[in-house]
Design a protein around this ligand. Structure first.
Ligand code: 4AD
Ligand code: MG
Length: 465
């Protein structure tokens, strides 16, 4: 085969140098045709669009075409020609074809017809080859880049926090253990409990639920930092919005109060959604057409409108006074469920909402305590279709108050002695928040299940791929 430099399909579709010889490589999406000519739609992941390869059967022979079926991988030399067909400007008149790999239609699970998202989850190793998941995973990339760009342009530093940790940042106790001890026969202490002093790190360790505590150490030196990494929660939540392994972005800023924090969160979310509209429109249009025809309007609406800000207490009052029947009861002190959050956003205010000043009992130990003795300077951003997309707060900067809260919640202070020292040495007001990356991806793609916006989801009883 003649050696030509490969060009990506995204580039080839832009070319107008008709008559040129080009090389294209990709996977067959469909093949159709008649006795004289075959038409192959080829995709290489560089765009949701396929390029049409026109195969003259008198040149290649009928037998040659047989293994060119959905899923096969081809290496194609051909002449760039102006397309006669509708909806495409460029096609390739094949001169030479090499079949890199066949995909026997008797066993290849992805066929031309549409497959359900549930079925595609069972073949997570192949689903990136579908239009839907190609679009979603390209968008995941663009949004990751946009996150770094947003913070970099604002002078924030990307701060790497550990994945293995001895502390429980959220105090919720739903952590995955990390150990090299023999599960069948661990060393035991005098009480018969597992003795982690013999473990790899000389102490009990877990996968982190959040980079925040170490992020605060960064903010107390570098001024403004953000983390962007995987986090792990062993809660048995089988919902369309929870993963056991998800990615979180956590900015932390010295000298910020909770209002600055809310301003940053709102600006950040609007920036990311606008970035998606500016850079991912082909993929968004495809997903809108397939799954959610209100997607584009919803994205634009969020960018164009102010978020409503009100206190938890005011929010609970609205929920109590609504005639709405909820599955979970609402009362002051209750942890709001997604149905409550979505009622406020979708039915009552009809726009994103930031709720502040939650009861301290339902929030983490590190949040700044209000003077009322009952509430903390928390802020949760609630989104249509999602519920909570961001959780954050101003932090308790006072050593005595923080220590008191740690003791009140029954946490042990040994594993976080270093965290407490930030309040002893040069403490400062500061605030931050966490954005769940997959919750953002749910919103931007319009997908309904969080398992469909991460390549290899981790949920209870599911870690195969
Ligand atoms: O509200 P959370 O638990 O807050 C924290 O972890 C803080 N340390 C953040 C901070 O202040 N630096 O989690 C933050 C966000 C949630 O709003 C949600 O978007 C997402 O993380 N999240 C999850 N996403 C997917 N699956 C889960 N199990 C999630 N738990 C939280
Ligand atoms: Mg939260």
């Amino acid at each position: 085969m003649k050696q030509l430099k490969r060009i990506k399909i995204s580039e080839a579709l832009q070319l107008t140098s008709f008559g040129d010889e080009v090389n294209i490589k990709g996977w067959v999406r469909t093949r159709r045709g008649n006795k004289n000519v075959g038409f192959v739609a080829l995709n290489d992941g560089s765009t949701i669009k396929n390029i049409q390869i026109v195969i003259d059967i008198s040149r290649f022979g009928e037998e040659f075409l047989k293994p060119i079926t959905t899923g096969a991988c081809l290496n194609v030399n051909g002449t760039l020609v102006e397309s006669q067909g509708q909806g495409q400007s460029v096609e390739i008149q094949a001169t030479e074809i090499e079949i890199f790999g066949e995909a026997d239609p008797a066993v290849y699970p992805l066929q031309k017809k549409g497959h359900s998202l549930e079925f595609l989850r069972e073949i997570a190793h192949l689903r990136p080859r579908t239009n839907t998941f190609g679009a979603i995973f390209r968008m995941r990339h663009h949004m990751s880049y946009a996150i770094h760009k947003f913070f970099n342009d604002k002078g924030f530093y990307y701060f790497h926090t550990p994945i293995i940790t001895a502390s429980d940042a959220e105090g919720a106790g739903s952590m995955f253990g990390v150990t090299t001890l023999d599960a069948d026969n661990p060393p035991r202490d005098e009480q018969g409990k597992t003795d982690f002093s013999h473990d790899f790190f000389g102490m009990q360790t877990n996968l982190t639920v959040s980079g925040q505590l170490e992020g605060e150490l960064g903010a107390m030196a570098l001024g403004a930092i953000y983390t962007f990494g995987p986090t792990f929660r062993a809660e048995n939540s089988n919902t369309p919005r929870h993963l056991a392994e998800f990615w979180m972005i956590e900015p932390e800023v010295a000298f910020f109060d909770n209002n600055d924090n809310m301003d940053l969160a709102e600006e950040f979310l609007k920036y990311l959604i606008q970035y998606a509209l500016d850079h991912c429109m082909e993929d968004i249009e495809f997903l809108a057409k397939m799954y959610d025809n209100e997607l584009i309007d919803r994205l634009k609406f969020v960018v164009e409108n102010d978020f409503v800000r009100l206190t938890y207490t005011e929010g609970v009052k609205i929920l109590e006074e609504s005639a709405q029947k909820f599955e979970f009861p609402v009362y002051w002190g209750a942890d709001l469920q997604s149905e409550h959050e979505r009622y406020l956003v979708e039915k009552h205010f009809k726009r994103p909402v930031i709720l502040t000043d939650y009861p301290k009992e339902i929030k983490s130990f590190y949040m700044k305590q209000n003077d009322d003795g009952k509430t903390v300077r928390a802020m949760d951003v609630l989104f249509p279709k999602i519920g909570e997309i961001i959780g954050g707060s101003e932090r308790e900067a006072d050593y005595d108050k923080l220590l008191h809260r740690v003791e009140e919640t029954g946490m042990s202070k040994e594993p976080i002695w270093w965290y407490l020292e930030t309040r002893k040495f040069g403490t400062a007001p500061h605030a931050g928040f966490g954005l769940g990356f997959e919750r953002l991806m749910l919103f931007i793609t319009g997908m309904a299940n969080i398992r469909d916006v991460i390549p290899f989801p981790r949920t209870p009883n599911n870690a195969e791929f």
